[in-house]
Design a protein around this ligand. Structure first.
Ligand code: FAD
Length: 424
């Protein structure tokens, strides 16, 4: 698509999206490029530490504990366009903003993340919006707060937790909130009046076998019923009923459905790229994610375009931890392209998911699509207090002071030191 609009300005580098990946990348290049040669396009006034939403749902943290003003995170020598990108035109090196202005660039980083699509489930937006409906989701700020109110209001009955088909941010979050809710119900003495059910599109509780084995044990110990290959398709608010598609062994809808009543329903939503990205057919694959080389993060079609974070079609789990792993490769490779040199940075598919399992313990899942890739020289599939301490007290400061400042490239070096002399 060709963009015709008033050209505002030209930048050496334009970063679309000022979330975890966009800020991390912009901060890195703000230290390398001359003043005002970088623009960040980001419509939101606030930046949320999304991994903290689970604690907002459980009531352990407030939303404000996970919120910063975007302006305080934008690198000082960078121009912030407080607007959304409407259209990307990589053939013309141009980005059109929602307000009709347009920017041109030498290099582009796409970092617009993915967004929960509650609207893909019939009846869900209405059920979520109604206070006291029992329906909630930690995936966006005000619903994370509502999740805590619904957990507190729960008095017993069926509590359902769902995991969608297709991409989702932090695939562990839908079960983290379940284990925390289980703990809250036990502490309030109402667990005996409650039935907990986990409905997942997957054939097992978690995609990586090592952690699936550990989590299976946990759900059995906590008397949580697992329903594999079930995908939420509809919520009937009037009857407080959830309807699920039953998936077959190929991971496709079988045509059959199943229903369950609920008193409480936590929804892990399907997540999709934003339209500004998915509508740019020259840039994306058939699923609407930016089509990049999974190692270099460079667009397969446009050498001056890179993507970082959830919106890239890399096969890793969509997490902030993955962003940290990607930023080092992105920095090397974009620098190389700018200097006309070969690309040497390579992202290995690293992601991490600290699975809160209750009792102030965490299974610290760290993995690539090939399997576990753990940093500590201990078995991280064992629920541990030290892993909880890292999740609760280390990771958030690391995010604010390391990741979004472009100073944290993931734990590879630490892993190498801790595993020195050990065979992998
Ligand atoms: P984001 O950080 O989401 O940023 C995308 C940005 O793009 C946003 O600021 C948005 O406003 C902006 N944007 C969108 N559209 C446009 C547009 N058209 N123009 C300009 N800007 C636009 N990760 C972990 O590592 N560990 C965890 O324990 C963990 N738990 C999580 C729990 C929950 C409930 C959630 C929701 C997420 C969790 N994550 C976790 C995932 C992590 O937050 C994301 O993977 C990470 O934020 C991805 O970074 P990103 O930059 O790709 O996207």
């Amino acid at each position: 698509m060709r963009i015709s609009a008033i050209n505002l300005a030209h930048y050496r580098l334009v970063v679309v999206g000022g979330g975890a990946g966009g800020l991390g990348a912009a901060s890195k290049f703000a230290r390398k490029l001359p003043k005002n040669s970088i623009a960040i396009i980001e419509p939101s006034e606030f930046h949320y530490y999304q991994p903290g939403f689970t604690f907002v749902g459980s009531g352990e943290l407030k939303l404000t504990d996970n919120t910063r003003s975007e302006i305080d995170l934008i690198p000082s020598n960078t121009k912030w366009y407080k607007n959304a990108a409407k259209t990307l035109d990589p053939e013309q090196n141009t980005v059109l903003l929602e307000n009709g202005e347009s920017l041109t660039y030498d290099y582009l980083i796409v970092a617009t993340g993915i967004r929960p699509r509650y609207d893909l489930i019939k009846g869900l937006p209405e059920a979520l919006s109604m206070e006291g409906s029992g329906v909630c989701s930690i995936y966006i700020p005000h619903f994370a707060e509502k999740t805590n109110r619904e957990i507190e209001a729960f008095k017993g009955g069926k509590a359902l937790f769902t995991f969608p088909a297709g991409p989702i941010k932090c695939a562990g979050a839908p079960q983290k909130i379940m284990y925390l809710a289980d703990e809250i119900f036990r502490n309030r003495g109402i667990r005996g009046k409650a039935e907990l059910h986990y409905y997942t599109s997957l054939p097992k509780i978690f995609g990586i076998e090592k952690y699936a084995v550990a989590l299976q044990k946990i759900v059995e110990e906590k008397d949580i019923r697992l329903h594999p290959r079930r995908v939420l398709k509809e919520v009937r608010l009037d009857k407080k009923t959830a309807i699920f598609d039953i998936f077959n062994e190929e991971g496709k809808p079988s045509g059959e459905t199943e229903e369950s009543e609920y008193s409480f329903l936590h929804v892990g939503p399907p997540c999709r790229p934003v339209p500004a990205v998915s509508d740019c057919k020259a840039l994306v694959d058939a699923t609407g994610f930016v089509d990049v080389d999974p190692n270099t993060l460079q667009s397969r079609r446009f050498v001056n375009v890179f993507a970082v974070g959830d919106t890239a079609n890399t096969p890793n789990a969509k997490t902030a931890a993955a962003v940290s792993g990607q930023l080092g490769a992105l920095e090397k490779n974009l620098k190389a392209v700018m200097a006309g040199k070969p690309l040497t940075g390579s992202y290995d598919g690293y992601a991490s998911c600290p699975l809160l399992v209750g009792g102030k313990k965490v299974i610290l899942a760290e993995f690539t699509p090939k399997g576990p890739l753990e940093t500590l020289p201990i078995n991280q599939a064992v629920p541990r207090g030290i892993s909880y301490f890292m999740k609760r007290h280390i990771m958030q400061p690391l995010y604010w002071h390391g990741l979004v400042k472009g100073l944290w490239n993931g734990p590879t070096t630490i892993r190498k030191i801790l595993h020195f002399g050990r065979s992998e």
